[in-house]
Design a protein around this ligand. Sequence first.
Ligand code: AMP
Length: 375
Amino acid sequence: MTETIKQTVAAANVKRVGIVGAGQLGRMLALAGYPLGLQFVFLDQSADAPGAQVGKILVGEFGNPEKLAQLAAQVDLLTYDVENVPVEALGDIPRHKAFLPPVTALATGQDRLLEKTLFRTLRIPTAKFRAVHGMPDLEQAIQEIGYPAVLKTRRLGYDGRGQRVIYSSAELGSACNALGGVEMILEEFIGFEREVSVIGVRNRRGDTAFYPIVENVHSDGILRYSIAPCADGKLQKPAENYARRMMRHFDYAGVLTIEFFVKQGRLIANETAPRVHNSGHWTIEGAVTSQFENHLRAILGLPLGDTSARGCAAMVNFIGSMPPMESVLEISGAHYHDYGKQPRPGRKLGHATLVCDTRRELMSRLKIFPGIALR
Ligand code: AMP
C-alpha cells in the first residue's frame, strides 16, 4: 500500500477526535468538524467551557495523567486547543495514539527560551534575548540587551500576562519581583511598525499551504483586531519560508502560527503557536477553507483545502463585553460569533468578522464597527 493510501485509510477510520481544552478554539474546531462526520470529546477543568455547547466534556485538569488517558481511550486521535498542557502528563499516550501537532512542537511553544533558540537555529530573525534566572542574571543581561527591554516569564505567559517593559535600572528589581521569581527571558524591545502573523498548515503527507499574512493590532498585550490580507504583500514569501522551515523541523501536522514584528520592512519572529490561532478566525468566512477545517484535515491525513482569501476581511475581538448582536449584523458582510462565556474584564467573549470585496470598502465599513478603535 502506498503511503498516500495508508494515510487516507487512517483518516477514514477516524471518527472521534479528542481535544485537550474546550475553549472557543475547541468549539470552533468541532463546528468545522461536524460536516466531515467527526465527533468530539473535550478535556477541560470547567464543565461549562464553550466546547460543552458542541461536544461531550470530560471534566479534569490538563495535567492529570488519568484524565488524559481516559480521553485518549474514548477517541481515535488527539489534538489540543491550549498550549499549557504539561507534556509530562501525556506519558506514553502519543506513542500509541496520534497526538497532533507533535509533542515536540507543543513543548517548544510553551517555553519562550526554547522557542527563541529554535528561531535562531532555523535562521528565523528574532529579537536579541538572554535567559534570566534571578536578579544577578538580569543585571548582566540588561548590560548586553540595553534599555528598553522586555522581561517575560519563560512559561505560561499569554495575552500580555507575565511580562514587564523595563526602561531604566530603577525598574529592574520591581520587574523581577513582579514576575514571581520564576525562570525568565529578557528580550530587546522592538520599536515595530506593525505586527503580522502567518498561519501555515501541513498534513500528515507533508503537503503545506499558507493563508495570506494578517496584520494584527494589540493593546495591553491582547489582540484587538486583525486585517487580512496584510497590505504589505512583500512579507508573504519570507513569512511562508519561516513557517515551512519550522513545520519541516517538527515533522508537523496541523495548523502552525508565527507572530512577527515588522521593523524597517523586515520580519522579526516573536512567538509561535502550534495550534489554530485568534489571528486566523477571519478564515471562517473570509477564506475558501477555514483554519479549523484545515487543522482537522491536516491531522487526519486528508488533502488540504484552498487557503485563498475571499476578498478582504477584518476580525474584531469582543473583550470583556459583547456588543448587541443587531448592531453587528446590520452591517453588510458582518458575521457574529458568541462563545457563550461569562463576561469578565479582559476576557475574550466573542468576535465578529467583516468580509468585503475590496480593502477600501473594508476600511470604510470597519469605522462603524462596534468595539473598534482604528489605529
Ligand atoms: P507576547 O506575549 O510575546 O505575544 O507579547 C504580547 C504583545 O506584547 C506583543 O504582541 C507585542 O505587542 C508586545 N511585545 C512583546 N514582546 C515585545 C518586544 N520584544 N518588543 C516590543 N513589544 C513586544
